[in-house]
Design a protein around this ligand. Structure first.
Ligand SMILES: Nc1ncnc2c1ncn2[C@@H]1O[C@H](COP(=O)(O)OP(=O)(O)OP(=O)(O)O)[C@@H](O)[C@H]1O
Ligand SMILES: [Mg+2]
Length: 138
């Protein structure tokens, strides 16, 4: 899929968010500024989260209450690796009582559940984004 604006990326997130089932982990991959957090905002909107979504770079995890379930938003950019993830008790977010979105999930790639939904965002030369979704149908 191609997104040529923030708004389009939000809409793609929203459409995906409507289809997510409880317990799903969503891996958001892509370079700095690709639009991972924008997409997360779209998912949050679909889940009925009214609170503003802030980038959890420093806190690593932010928890939100949605209409029917919680959303955990993780940003592992500053995480050293799987050992640190385990010692912060990260595994509970891989089997959530809601949905978990993980930016920079590459850091814990081998720990992700088999049914993880993968979203890969690439910035094109014209600044549009290629958004590839694996493990879910829009
Ligand atoms: N098509 C697009 N989709 C999403 N964002 C876009 C698009 N075009 C431009 N942008 C801009 O790119 C930036 C994306 O920022 P965002 O915080 O979502 O990136 P990120 O992938 O979460 O980065 P980080 O790794 O730093 O967390 C925003 O400033 C947004 O306005
Ligand atoms: Mg981000």
């Amino acid at each position: 899929m191609i997104s040529d604006s923030d708004k389009k990326t939000l809409e793609i997130g929203e459409e995906l968010g409507r289809k997510l089932r409880k317990g799903t982990v969503v891996s958001l991959r892509g370079s700095l500024g690709a639009g991972k957090t924008v997409l997360a905002k779209g998912i949050a909107k679909a889940l009925g989260i009214e609170e503003a979504i802030v980038s959890p770079t420093f806190t690593i995890v932010q928890e939100y209450d949605g209409r029917d379930m919680k959303m955990y938003h993780l940003d592992l950019y500053r995480l050293s690796g799987e050992d640190e993830f385990e010692s912060m008790g990260g595994e509970e977010f891989l089997y959530p009582d809601g949905v978990t979105l993980i930016e920079w999930s590459e850091k814990i790639e081998d720990m992700l559940p088999d049914d993880t939904v993968y979203i890969d965002i690439t910035i094109n030369d014209d600044q549009s984004r290629d958004i590839e979704i694996k493990g879910a149908e829009l």
